[in-house]
Ligand binder design. Structure first.
Ligand SMILES: [Zn+2]
Ligand SMILES: [Zn+2]
Length: 371
């Protein structure tokens, strides 16, 4: 038995996705979960595929930032049940490899083999076009359709009183940004934090730093509109880098010391170097932005050892989704982080191409598809 449903199908870069009817088994295989999607954010990573910067197998259902309701579970699934509200993670942990066992599921060996290659855990796909062609699911999640099938560990149950539109964002940008501050950088209340780039990830890094009580939070961006938003999410000072030189402003703002933590949320060599250059002695720079393939940065290794500087990569906010997703939903519902202001447009699946055009042009913070 299969379920037919509507999905946005990607076939060729720089060509609009088409809304098509596709099918999925109504009974999940052992260990998997059929999820009826209720909301999905339009994240920047999918845009890399849409504009042809990242090559993927096609046809593919994009989307990896979603929330929904469990429709059915396969044999052996005990962690979730039909009716549960879930947020999907694009790093469904195997729970057995050395990374999973040591609490770093983002680095899971199985994720690197399967969902990172847009496949299910058996190396196959679950969705078919009307003429029987295999359809890949981006990052093993494929949230731009009304249904998806994920491993049990990829569907994280959360409390049912969180609205799906806001909850969906926890599946990627919120966890990536807040996690970069609270997990990767482990910001403490006596520290000053600089965040470079105030898009979806940067704004969440700012509210992550605020959540753990950072003493001061300096936001840097080229746009006054984005810097206004940064203030809303917790920045105590802002620097418009189209008008001011960050290398001058950071020492002025910190009595010549620099910052204890700098979080780069853009993904450019120059801003990673600027983050590193802004550190106080003993400081740590976190790279949360995704840099295009093949680029390199230059740092001075003498200063690095002499000043005990750290340069740290952050993937998915160094998160443990099973712990972090319910935690972030609690923080949101108790008013300690703001997910409402992140949602600047709610749209139907049919408007998805328009939504990505807006994202390309830098309009709004997050558009969310409501199913
Ligand atoms: Zn693992
Ligand atoms: Zn994302």
């Amino acid at each position: 038995m299969t379920i037919e449903f509507r999905a946005a199908v990607f076939r060729t870069a720089n060509t609009p996705m088409t809304i098509e009817t596709v099918s999925i088994p109504s009974t999940p295989p052992p260990g998997e979960v059929l999820v009826r999607m209720r909301a999905s954010g339009l994240c920047h990573s999918d845009l890399h595929v849409i504009v042809g910067e990242w090559e993927v197998p096609t046809p593919m259902i994009l989307g990896h930032e979603g929330a929904g309701v469990v429709e059915a579970v396969g044999e052996g699934v005990s962690g979730v049940a039909p009716g549960d509200h879930v947020i999907l993670t694009w790093t469904p942990p195997c729970r057995r490899c050395r990374y999973c066992v040591s609490g770093r599921p983002v680095l899971c060996d199985e994720v690197a083999r399967h969902s990172a290659n847009h496949l299910s855990s058996d190396g196959r796909t679950r969705i078919r076009t009307v003429d029987g062609q295999e359809v890949y699911s981006f990052a093993g999640t494929g949230t731009f359709g009304e249904y998806t099938m994920v491993p049990e560990s990829g569907a994280i149950p959360v409390r049912a009183d969180a609205p799906f539109e806001q909850a969906s964002l926890v599946g990627c940008s919120v966890t990536t940004g807040v996690g970069a501050a609270i997990n990767t950088a482990n910001v403490r209340p006596d520290e000053t934090v600089l965040v470079l780039g105030c898009g979806g990830v940067g704004l969440n890094a700012i509210q992550g730093a605020r959540l753990v009580g950072a003493r001061r939070i300096i936001a840097a961006d080229l746009s006054d509109t984005r810097l206004e938003r940064a203030r809303h999410f917790g920045a105590t000072e802002v620097v418009n880098t189209s008008e001011e030189d960050l290398a001058e402003r950071v020492p002025q703002l910190t009595d010549g010391r620099g910052v204890e933590v700098a979080i780069e949320a853009i993904g450019l060599p120059a801003t990673i170097e600027a983050a590193y250059a802004s550190l106080a002695r003993g400081g740590r720079a976190v790279v949360a932005g995704q840099v295009p393939d093949g680029l390199t940065i230059t740092i001075d290794p003498f200063v690095m050892s002499d000043s005990e500087l750290q340069l740290i990569g952050s993937n998915y906010g160094s998160s443990r989704p099973a712990i972090d997703f319910p935690q972030l939903i609690d923080h949101y519902l108790h008013g300690r982080i703001d997910l409402d202001a992140l949602v600047t447009r709610v749209m139907g699946l049919d408007e998805i191409n328009d939504g990505y055009d807006e994202l390309k042009r830098g309009i709004g913070i997050r558009s969310v598809i409501k199913y």
